[in-house]
Design a protein around this ligand. Sequence first.
Ligand SMILES: Cc1cc2nc3c(=O)[nH]c(=O)nc-3n(C[C@H](O)[C@H](O)[C@H](O)COP(=O)(O)OP(=O)(O)OC[C@H]3O[C@@H](n4cnc5c(N)ncnc54)[C@H](O)[C@@H]3O)c2cc1C
Length: 254
Amino acid sequence: MEWGCLGALTQRSLAQGFDAFHELILIDEVCRCGSGGVVWGLVEGLQIGLPPVLHFGSAALKARVAPECLRGRKVICLCISEPYAGSDVAALRTTAVWDASGQHFVVNGEKKWITNGMFADYFTVAVRTGGEGNKGLSFLLLEKSMPGISCKQMDCSGVWASGTAFITFDNVRVPMENLIGTENEGFRYVMYNFNHEVRDVFARCWATVLTSACPLSAGALSCRRTASAACALRTPSATRRSAKPSARRCWSTP
Ligand SMILES: Cc1cc2nc3c(=O)[nH]c(=O)nc-3n(C[C@H](O)[C@H](O)[C@H](O)COP(=O)(O)OP(=O)(O)OC[C@H]3O[C@@H](n4cnc5c(N)ncnc54)[C@H](O)[C@@H]3O)c2cc1C
């Protein structure tokens, strides 16, 4: 399978020799747009939602889902957080129970703060399939085409381009083939996935801050410096070459 450069964001070992350093380079380049919302809109769901499928999903699930996501034709997101459980993943309440046929799960619950949820085709969802605590969780892949999924745009104070959603699952029937890995092993998968996510969120924040903060600092410095008794920023060359593009870029950064 051709993974393309987006493969570096998700499955380093399989992605044609990409490793974590290539992933860092890719993040750094994407973050040069200077907008956290745009970066999250472009790569966040893919970067955190697809790895569970790649690492723990069946060969059939991988073959069906991964190529379309990596080619940018389909969007995937990760659904862990709930109105009642954020950091405390072991307490999440969204349930998935087997139906009478034993061929489908029926999913009910709510997920909150889901990046890319508004335009996602696939939802990698942590659900409770067993008893209380961390031994009763599983990962299921839900699909937009399944009846009972509704997504509402959240009124966030930033990252508007990332499509942050409040998602409700109302009796969503999910075929057993969409179980990712082994039933009730989900907590381990979530924690494995978090290791990658934490590092990449840090890298994105770092790179975005640098690329948006640097033009601001350059602009402030230009205002303070003088050249031939005039503010450097007001000289024609400075205005033409740096000040206007810098200012435009800074003001357009949410
Ligand atoms: C813009 C944005 C995008 C997001 N995207 C996603 C996404 O795509 N998918 C997804 O699943 N989630 C997403 N989230 C949710 C995010 O992962 C949660 O906000 C995070 O897990 C924290 O959960 P919480 O907000 O419920 O806070 P809480 O869990 O209530 O934590 C609040 C505070 O209490 C502290 N705390 C909690 N428990 C303990 C404890 N036992 N001991 C000591 N301190 C504790 C925490 O450190 C924190 O400071 C997103 C959030 C935001 C803001």
